[in-house]
Write a protein that binds this ligand. Structure first.
Ligand code: FE2
Ligand code: FE2
Length: 412
């Protein structure tokens, strides 16, 4: 513990073990109510740090009722207990502020599992990547590396907005929202990771971030996702309307099975191919962590979509699915042809496209719908092994902190 003095010489001790019992500052701090919407300024390093006691939680508004003898009394309104069977993924009427009893215990398991893959991009040593990028990568390999990051930087922000702004508010069971809240955090962590890679290597960030706007082959994928997102990011949606419900289901399927389940899953592989050759190994390791999150995101999303199908008695329209897969393949093919216009050692546009089709079939199977690309084969037999992280492979030798990672995660 240490005493910190503000500019007026006041000292307040911050109790690191019990911060709520730290002394209330006597000067300089406004009452909580006066802070209103104003963001608090970050204290300078030598400023006093003080922790005010939080205001007591507001009690529920008391209700005036009459007792049997006619005397008015005051008590909180009683509410019916929550019955797990009444919970619904969407259109539910149970209390969204009450976690248990669970109807979807698997959602809670996803949340616990997600917390086993915890890292920050600062944990991974990028020094060799800086050297590799500037001295070892060919021009073609740099083109691949930069454009993969250019695509991913925008995609993860889109994924965050989809779950946080369009999906979460429509969920009516808290165990689903809690995993999704973690997912929102993870998407922002992924954005930080790409930013960290770009910054560390010294790439022109303005130029990289703008690529999705000026390169049509990257823009095509983003536009397809933006259309889906915009169609469900509206406050006036009534999911009891069957057309709206179907549109929401299709958007959900798109983000889970295509955007995260196929495009993301497949999106890291060009850099994994460099990593396999001993190049950009730090970035490769960062993407291994991200991929581990994304596998859970896709799997969770598919499970939620299937649950919606059961509870709402709805199926995705076959034509709508076919159109979605066709457009997704066209977008992915154009993207692959752009980033791999000149093949690099051990990877090509054709390999990338075939792997996309193979993964998309896997997602369709998980969803319980027809495979869109019959006969597609695994084009990257090394992928599952490469993507997996196990301590015995010494992936963590450069890490500052050990978290519980690795272990039994199925990569489909
Ligand atoms: Fe992500
Ligand atoms: Fe994701």
């Amino acid at each position: 513990m240490r005493a910190l003095a503000d500019k007026k010489g006041n000292t307040d001790m911050l109790n690191w073990d019990d911060p709520l019992n730290a002394p209330v500052p006597t000067t300089g701090a406004k009452p909580a109510a006066e802070h209103s919407a104003e963001p608090a300024a970050a204290p300078a390093a030598d400023d006093a740090i003080s922790v005010a006691k939080p205001a007591k939680a507001a009690a529920p508004a008391p209700q005036k009722t009459d007792t049997a003898d006619g005397e008015p009394t005051t008590r909180a309104a009683a509410m019916e207990p929550v019955n797990a069977d009444d919970k619904r993924v969407i259109n539910g009427m149970t209390d969204v502020n009450q976690l248990a009893p669970f109807k979807y215990p698997w959602a809670w398991e996803y949340f616990l599992n997600a917390n086993r893959n915890h890292w920050t991009p600062l944990d991974i040593n990028m020094a060799q990547d800086v050297h590799d990028y500037h001295h070892k990568l060919t021009l073609e390999e740099r083109h691949v590396y930069e454009n993969v990051l250019a695509y991913l930087t925008t995609s993860d922000i889109l994924a965050m907005r989809n779950i946080g702004l369009a999906v979460m508010e429509k969920m009516s069971a808290p165990e689903l929202q809690i995993y999704q809240a973690r997912q929102v955090y993870e998407e922002s962590l992924h954005t930080w990771t790409y930013q960290h890679c770009l910054e560390t290597i010294g790439l022109d960030q303005g130029e990289i971030y703008n690529r999705y706007r000026v390169v049509p082959e990257i823009n095509g994928k983003i536009q397809m996702a933006n259309r889906r997102l915009n169609s469900v990011m509206r406050s006036d949606i009534d999911l009891r309307d069957r057309d709206e419900l179907h549109n929401f289901l299709m958007a959900y399927i798109f983000f889970a099975a295509v955007f995260e389940g196929s495009w993301f899953y497949n999106g890291f592989t060009p850099i994994f191919s460099l990593q396999r050759r001993g190049l950009m190994k730090g970035t490769g390791e960062q993407l291994q962590y991200i991929m581990r999150d994304e596998v859970l995101h896709a799997s969770f999303g598919i499970r939620v979509a299937k649950q919606i199908m059961i509870e709402e008695n709805i199926r995705p329209d076959a034509k709508a699915l076919k159109d979605m897969w066709e457009e997704a393949e066209a977008c992915e093919s154009a993207y692959a042809d752009y980033i791999l216009r000149d093949p690099i050692v051990g990877y090509s546009a054709e390999v990338h496209k075939e792997q996309y089709r193979f993964i998309a079939n896997r997602r369709a199977k998980q969803l319980g719908v027809e495979e869109p690309y019959p006969g597609a084969e695994a084009a990257l037999p090394w992928l599952d092994e490469q993507a997996n992280m196990r301590k015995e492979k010494n992936f963590f030798e450069t890490r500052v902190t050990e978290y519980q990672t690795g272990g039994a995660l199925k990569w489909d």
